[in-house]
Write a protein that binds this ligand. Structure first.
Ligand code: GDP
Length: 440
């Protein structure tokens, strides 16, 4: 009774099959898994496009959309039905019937996809940071309708592109959306393609990792099915789904020590404490002891699920739900990191960052975001300005860093959090992103 009874030291050894997880994984015939974020200016059509994609792939039924359309019609916004598909799925999840850890998921013949960030969240940027930190690629949605592309460029299109690139995403699919509103003009598509390639290259995306698909999310043209509009016949390239399938997921850090960021904490029939998230690195199996950071508490994995099915093991890149024993829920929070007690991640309250400035930087208060975790801190010292290409110090101890410059800075946090070299973090201040960078 009491918290003491939960201690791992008192627990009998749990069941384990003592598997060689990496060879199990290499011998398994599971589908390729890939995850992505959807970004773009507000009203670019992100939710509508994703709703349509799920409908056309058969993940969502037509009668669900019809029902939503009736509801939308009542408030005079019939076109919103598709956008509500995503919200609807989130709502279903929050009822907690099934353990659906990813925001949304769908399958094609070759790949199991996870949409890491349902667009349209209120607190969009922090969500996007969390999503992008685990994404293999991104879909950037652009509104091609007259005037909208231009205002989007001034708006969030650039900030989002810069953010996802800073979080390590290197592959981007540009969905040039709403082409129905400009009569499928090939000139308009090419004009947008030219401008967007220009700024994506300047943001650090390589040309071979950028592709463009002209589409209409609302009508479902070139998402799963090719457009049947004769005005669109000039396009013979890949559909959005084909582009997704052709994208190679980033290399998985299978042989590295276990790291899993907790995305959800919940109760189930199997266990009073279950957690879910994506494995960033390493592997685990039933019966393993794990360490939760920053609390430093240990627990056993009693059983687990991968992509909602019972499983004996999980590897980097997969979404897992772990049912734990011998731990008090007060030691486990969303954003915490699960690791191997023999190769733990350490908790730091000071770190050095090689940062790309989005805004002016000086010693100042900042919020530090890493994945789902965010903590208040302060830029203590700017150690030096760095050459963007070589990384060599070009100026020591500058007083201020100008936007678009790269600098080495020392950040101090209000509390210790699990952090290590090679992780990417974003610094925000007053609701704006001021820098992003790599922990040294
Ligand atoms: P989000 O803010 O990026 O998620 O954008 P929404 O999906 O909510 O769409 C914003 C508005 O654009 C809605 O009124 C949609 O009906 C409309 N819209 C979205 N995609 C298309 C499209 O392909 N063609 C047209 N004509 N309108 C669209």
């Amino acid at each position: 009774n009491g918290v003491g009874a939960l201690k791992i030291e008192d627990a009998p050894l749990p069941k384990s099959k003592n598997l060689d997880v990496l060879s199990e994984f290499h011998n398994s015939k599971s589908k390729k898994t890939a995850s992505f974020v959807v970004v773009g200016h507000v009203d670019a059509g992100k939710s509508t496009m994703m709703g349509r994609l799920l409908l056309d792939l058969g993940v969502v039924e037509q009668r669900t959309v019809d029902k939503l359309r009736q509801e939308a019609d009542k408030i005079g916004k019939k076109s919103f039905a598709l956008a509500w598909v995503l919200d609807q799925r989130t709502e279903e999840r929050s009822r907690g019937v099934t353990i659906d850890i990813a925001t949304n998921r769908f399958e094609t013949d070759t790949t199991l996809f996870t949409i890491l960030d349902a667009p349209g969240h209120q607190d969009f940027i922090p969500n996007m940071i969390a999503g992008a930190s685990q994404a293999d690629f991104a879909i950037l949605v652009i509104d091609a309708s007259t005037g909208a592309f231009e205002s989007g460029l001034k708006g969030q299109t650039r900030e989002h592109s810069l953010l996802i690139r800073s979080m390590g995403v290197s592959r981007i699919i540009v969905a040039v959306n709403k082409l129905d509103t400009v009569g499928w003009s090939v000139e308009r598509f090419n004009e947008i393609k030219n401008q967007v390639s220009g700024f994506l290259s300047a943001t650090g995306f390589q040309a071979k990792n950028i592709s463009f698909v002209p589409l209409s999310g609302l009508h479902g043209d070139n998402l799963v099915r090719r457009s049947s509009d004769s005005a669109a016949s000039w396009y013979t390239g890949a559909t959005l789904v084909e582009e997704l399938e052709n994208s190679e997921p980033s290399a998985r850090a299978l042989a590295k020590p276990l790291r899993m960021t907790i995305a959800e904490v919940f109760r189930t029939q199997q266990s009073p404490l279950s957690i879910a998230g994506r494995l960033d690195a390493g592997s685990l199996q039933m019966g393993d002891a794990i360490l939760v950071q920053p609390s430093g508490e240990k627990a056993y994995i009693k059983s687990l699920q991968v992509d909602e099915a019972p499983a004996d093991w999980a590897v980097a890149g997969q979404n897992a739900a772990l049912h734990l024993s011998n731990i008090d829920p007060i030691h486990v929070r969303v954003g915490d990191i699960i690791c191997d007690p023999a190769k733990p991640i350490n908790c730091l309250d000071t770190f050095t960052l090689k940062a790309l400035a989005f805004d002016f930087l000086m010693p100042m208060q900042v919020d530090v975001h890493r994945g789902r975790l965010h903590v208040a801190g302060r830029i203590e010292v700017i150690t030096g300005l760095l050459d963007k290409v070589t990384g060599a110090v070009t100026k020591k101890k500058p007083k201020i860093v100008k936007p678009a410059s790269v600098a080495r800075i020392v950040v101090k946090l209000e509390s210790k959090v699990p952090l290590e070299a090679g992780q990417r973090v974003v610094l925000r201040s007053g609701g704006q992103t001021v820098a992003a960078g790599l922990l040294e």
